[in-house]
Ligand binder design. Structure first.
Ligand SMILES: Cc1ncc(C[n+]2csc(CCOP(=O)(O)OP(=O)(O)O)c2C)c(N)n1
Length: 327
């Protein structure tokens, strides 16, 4: 949690210093959810995420330097600098991408669960899929289509609604006829529950139960976690829609200092150890920025190295803005 906090605060700073371009969405305020969920996943499980993906990538084991380099758009980034903040991908740790299209991750995640089901018999060795989505995403058609198929075909998948209360600036109450989002599982006979996303231990227990259902019972599961993002939708959103009172509450419920003091109070950790963890996190993030800074930018001639269009014999590769080719 401390590392995600340090990384995200630094990413915000790097964006403001124009080291990062494009979009940049942070996990600030969602650290307990991230750590709880990721600690329940096995190495061979597949993870599909939305664009708010930095903390998941780091917790899943990706090198923070390579994640920062991706944010900087550099060749040593986890996606070779082509994806940026929203599109972290690493097959090795089975992080099957962050998706920028709202709900875009749901169909491929459901397809991955179908592939697993096709290849493996139900036993505790089976892999499972975890698919993350925001509260706003529960109104997207792909959410309902995916849950319907997963429920119908008994696919080994856990859908997790990371309910941070807002889809951009719109509250759940203003956008959802059924604001108890986990209840949407009932329409597809998918078991579901809602837990406090500010407590990593609670999230972990709930995720373990959900994954067990997917893996062993061959029933998909819908888990909802409640937390709040501390900042705006992305780093360029000043979050003017929040009142002073709401900002005060956010600070009081901030999961990082809360968990830190819970561990100290219960004597699981001393103040000194907590400080050492924070210092270590800062050191890792310093190194990550230094690594990203040193990594070269991709060259323009590499632009088409990773496209998946079929080559047309004799047709030159076109750059956006090039004059139309006439034959
Ligand atoms: C199909 C589509 N529609 C709209 C957008 C613009 N958009 C980006 S994020 C977002 C809000 C999503 O909110 P939520 O699912 O709650 O995720 P959160 O940002 O809270 O993690 C919208 C509308 C988009 N990227 N894709």
């Amino acid at each position: 949690m401390a590392l995600i906090r340090a990384f995200e605060l630094r990413a915000q700073e790097m964006y403001q210093r124009a080291k990062i371009g494009g979009y940049c969405h942070l996990n600030l305020g969602e650290e307990a959810t991230v750590v709880g969920l990721m600690s329940a996943l096995r190495a061979k499980d597949y993870l599909f995420a939305n664009y708010r993906v930095h903390g998941y990538a780091i917790t899943r084991g990706l090198d923070p330097g390579e994640v920062m380099a991706e944010l900087f758009g550099r060749t040593d980034g986890v996606s070779g600098g082509w994806g940026g903040s929203m599109h972290l991908f690493d097959e090795g740790v089975r992080l099957m991408g962050g998706y920028g299209i709202v709900g875009g991750q749901l169909p491929p995640a459901t397809g991955a669960a179908l592939a697993i089901d096709y290849e493996q018999k139900a036993d505790d060795k089976s892999d499972a899929v975890m698919c993350l989505l925001g509260d706003g995403t529960t109104a997207i058609g792909a959410f309902h289509e995916s849950l319907n198929i997963a429920g119908l075909w008994n696919l080994p998948i856990v859908y997790v609604i990371i309910n941070n209360g807002l889809g951009m600036g719109t509250t759940v109450d203003a956008s959802s006829a059924e604001p108890d989002l986990y209840k949407r599982g009932a329409a597809y006979r998918i078991p579901s529950t809602r837990v406090d996303g500010n407590d990593p231990d609670t999230v972990r227990k709930a995720a373990e139960k959900a994954l067990k259902s997917a893996r062993e019972d061959r029933r998909p599961y819908l888990l909802e976690t409640t937390s709040e993002r501390l900042k705006g939708h992305s780093v360029v959103d000043p979050a003017k829609y929040r009142t002073d009172e709401e900002n005060k509450e956010l600070k009081e419920n901030d999961p990082v200092p809360l968990y830190r003091s819970t561990l100290i109070k219960s004597r699981a950790m001393t103040k000194k150890q907590a400080q050492e963890i924070d210092d270590e996190a800062e050191r890792i993030v310093d190194d990550a920025v230094a690594f990203a800074d040193k990594s070269p930018s991709p060259k323009p001639e590499q632009l088409f190295d990773n496209d998946y269009s079929t080559a047309v014999a004799g047709a030159p590769k076109q750059m956006p803005g090039d004059p139309l080719i006439t034959f």
